[in-house]
Design a protein around this ligand. Sequence first.
Ligand code: NAD
Ligand code: DAU
Length: 338
Amino acid sequence: MENILVTGGAGFIGGNFVQYMAANYPKYHIYNLDLLTYAGDLTKHQAIENNDNYSFVHIDIADRQAIDALFEKIDFTYIVHFAAESHVDRSIAEPEIFIRTNVLGTQVLLEAAKRANIKKFVHVSTDEVYGELEFDPTTFFTEETPLQPSSPYSASKASSDLLVRAYYETYGLPINITRCSNNYGPYHFPEKLIPLTISRLLNDQKVPVYGDGKNVRDWLHVQDHCSAIDLVMHSGEIGEVYNIGGHNEQKNLEVVKTIIRTLGKSEDLIEFVEDRLGHDKRYAIDPTKIERLGWRPVYDFDTGIAQTVEWFLENKAWWEQIISGEYQQYFDRQYAQK
Ligand code: NAD
Ligand code: DAU
């Protein structure tokens, strides 16, 4: 049996990836390593938590001793590294934890991986490391686009990308870096635009849209992201970067209006608020390189949004428990100044 270490497997994308691997690779033993910050929760894994080939490891990736001890006990074949502080607004308010987790935490993992006999270290990064594009619809991020991060979050992710690259160039660590566009789908944490919009609309609350709502994001269903990482992990050429995106550009205001229509709510619930500092105008991925590897997204946006809205309707207990806790204080702080 091969051991796969998934960091951040209690979060949104890592959680979906753990489920995806459990369903598709019963011969792998999945080690889900997570600190369980505000963004992590294990209830999503109740159906697999007693499986012989699933283990949860409660560790901080920046805790060198704990990581080293884990690697002494277990021989990992694959490491898929999702664990991170992931929300841009939080990074603008409090950057420091982003440096500790995203930069130092990644280096601690790389160092442990260097001493282990792994087949692949997949570093899950983001298109935000490229900075922003103008609204010109003919320009896209390719793997050759220079890194020009705008926020403390994206700067910390770019820093970790460079460390991963350095461990490949210097020590020959077998790595891939994936840079994905905005994900959406089940278990999306309700601080991010789509789940925030759905959860607030379901409570007939106003939806805050930053600036004029014309910023563009390139949305990808989380299941399509999982299948892309699977492909890169097993077939990606060592040392290479792969951009992941589904050519699905949407203005924020269009996204909010689509959800309003899906839920049969009123556009009067839209509230334009002060813009995010350093707000990137547009993200758009050129996925040619990963398509050449054989990847295609399955979800179109209408189907994906309908499925996601349905999921939030059917799983109210999950997000209601989140928005009634620490999250409420975050929301009040974040949107008070706006
Ligand atoms: P998330 O915030 O939902 O989950 C992050 C997980 O990491 C949580 O379970 C949290 O408890 C865990 N974590 C945080 N700090 C930790 C630490 N020090 N040690 C161990 N675990 C820790 O994030 P997400 O949206 O699922 O994003 C996952 C990864 O994908 C991140 O690296 C992010 O940069 C990247 N990414 C996200 C998107 C997106 O649209 N959400 C798009 C592209 C790339
Ligand atoms: O592109 C990939 C990135 O996508 C990931 O690396 C990040 O981890 C992930 O959080 C996401 O970053 P964004 O900043 O693009 O996502 P967010 O959902 O925070 O915002 C999406 C857009 O919606 C952005 O233009 C800001 C806007 N927005 C966001 C919030 C939370 C609003 O207008 N109102 C809001 O309340």
